[in-house]
Design a binder for this molecule. Structure first.
Ligand code: FAD
Length: 303
């Protein structure tokens, strides 16, 4: 049996497992794919104290750091259910059931994709999902933001301070973002907002993005915009479908946590992009993983 069982091998889970192991706790980590979203990231410039790194390189360092400790790494294993019956039980897809005194959930999230031709081909080559991460790569260039919700309009305002011009493409007739954000975006000279626009294809020159095609849903007319970058902001989906009913989730499916990472189920903690904690970033995920592990340690010495 484990003292601390971590679900997820991204930055949150890696940090949680190191903090737990350093307390002398018997720690295991179950990960469908060690590294998480970081494994899919090209350049990383905002991991403080490291001026520049690349996703796969950071994943190798994360794994090497975890392996410094006596952590049982169960990679390529998917958790499918969580129960508490005295001990906490984690069921894996392969049928195994692991018992633990505490669990730290850090299954992360995935960006909702447009699912149009060119999106996968040019991912990291102009197609981006994180304005805080990749905005500066498009300094002085033209970009589009897909999605007119809060994250899309915030991204447009953020990017407008860096890039030459931002076009927002929104599928619906109205923007869903808060009025104060829409007002701010409308006041900025280098933001153009187009509603009733259905993105249909990311175009490129074979090595990087050079534009986007969209259809005007009112008239059916096809349009093309020349640009260097496309920020897809149509939602971040937490990987928590399997936790429904086990721990309390927000309406968006995020695991509800308090300031110590404690969930609604005593002894079960959570960290990273899968939680209600705002701002989804590597450094924030790591910090919350450390918090959750210390929270779990506190819980264990009291129970
Ligand atoms: P994740 O990294 O999503 O890891 C989740 C882990 O849980 C994975 O190991 C996954 O396999 C596992 N898992 C999920 N479900 C299960 C299950 N049921 N059973 C077992 N394991 C499971 N942030 C920055 O700070 N800087 C950047 O430059 C940056 N660039 C980015 C670029 C891209 C393309 C993307 C997608 C994200 C980027 N981010 C960046 C965001 C950053 O990657 C995330 O905030 C961070 O990885 C979140 O960490 P996490 O540990 O919470 O989750």
């Amino acid at each position: 049996d484990f003292d601390v069982l971590v679900v997820g091998g991204g930055p949150a889970g890696a940090a949680a497992s190191i903090y737990a192991a350093r307390k002398g706790l018997n720690t295991g980590i179950v990960a469908e794919r060690f590294g998480g979203q970081v494994a899919d990231t090209v350049g990383i410039e905002n991991f403080i104290s490291v001026q520049y790194t690349e996703g796969p390189k950071l994943v190798n360092s994360l794994e090497a750091h975890v392996r410094e400790y006596n952590v049982d790494i169960m990679n390529n294993q998917r958790a499918v259910a969580l129960r508490k019956d005295g001990k906490i039980q984690l069921e894996l897809q392969n049928g195994a059931v692991l018992n633990s005194k505490t669990v730290i959930l850090s299954p992360g999230a995935r960006w909702r994709e447009m699912n149009v031709p060119g999106e996968q081909e040019y991912r990291g080559k102009g197609v981006a999902y994180c304005p805080h991460c990749d905005g500066p790569l498009f300094k002085g260039k033209k970009v589009a933001v897909i999605g007119g919700g809060n994250s899309g309009i915030e991204a447009a305002i953020d990017l407008a301070g860096i890039v030459e011009h931002v076009t927002v493409l929104e599928f619906a007739a109205e923007l869903r973002a808060d009025a104060v954000l829409v007002k701010k975006a409308n006041s900025m000279a280098n933001i153009t907002i187009i509603t009733e626009a259905q993105s249909t294809e990311v175009t490129g020159d074979g090595s990087k993005v050079n534009g986007i095609n969209y259809t005007d849903r009112k008239t059916g007319a096809a349009h093309h915009i020349e640009l260097a970058g496309i920020f897809v902001q149509i939602g971040l989906v937490p990987n928590t479908e399997w936790l429904r009913g086990a721990v309390e989730l927000s309406p968006r499916g995020e695991i509800i946590v308090d300031e110590r990472g404690q969930t609604s189920l005593p002894g079960v903690f959570a960290a990273g992009d899968a939680t209600t904690a705002p701002y989804k970033q590597i450094i924030i995920a790591m910090g919350s993983g450390a918090t959750a592990a210390l929270g779990a340690f506190d819980y264990m010495i009291r129970n």
